[in-house]
Design a protein around this ligand. Structure first.
Ligand code: DQA
Length: 147
């Protein structure tokens, strides 16, 4: 099975972007790390876009393909109702949508304290650097994971 790992605006700059907040590793290192820790039958499809419409298109395609999503919505987290509605399509279809953040937005500026995505996500993991994605991978087959 495939797990989509979708990343929103400015996350293509990881590595050089605010390393004190986001660390020094880039998305290709994240892709390698996730591929290493993923179960043998899981294919990691990690993508990034700065374009809200493209991100929404990927979410629609995930619904049609029946694929779970790990999503770092980046700044869209805080204000994009269009993205939120697309995320709701995923969870309403019974697929996991795990919201992730590298930093802990609740410990940062006030505008980051609001997530319009959280209420329609399966769950949210924030504040653990790239480990947030590793933990999200663990949750990506919720609630269908065999116990
Ligand atoms: C982020 C937190 C957001 O507030 C910010 O706009 C980002 C990254 C994170 O991963 O910590 O771009 O989603």
């Amino acid at each position: 099975r495939r797990v989509l790992v979708l990343n929103g605006p400015n996350l293509g700059r990881l590595g050089s972007r605010e390393p004190d907040v986001y660390g020094r590793q880039d998305l290709s290192e994240l892709r390698t790390r996730l591929a290493e820790v993923a179960a043998a039958d899981v294919e990691i499809d990690l993508r990034q876009t700065d374009d809200e419409a493209e991100l929404i298109g990927w979410l629609h395609a995930a619904v049609d393909a029946g694929e779970p999503v790990i999503l770092n919505p980046a700044a869209f987290t805080h204000y994009s109702y269009a993205l939120r509605d697309a995320c709701a399509l995923i969870t309403k279809a019974g697929l996991a949508l795990v919201e992730v953040h590298i930093s802990n937005p609740a410990a940062r500026e006030t505008f980051r304290h609001t997530s319009v995505v959280s209420a329609v996500a399966t769950g949210t993991i924030a504040g653990f650097g790239f480990d947030s994605y590793v933990l999200a991978l663990r949750g990506s087959d919720w609630p269908t994971r065999p116990s």
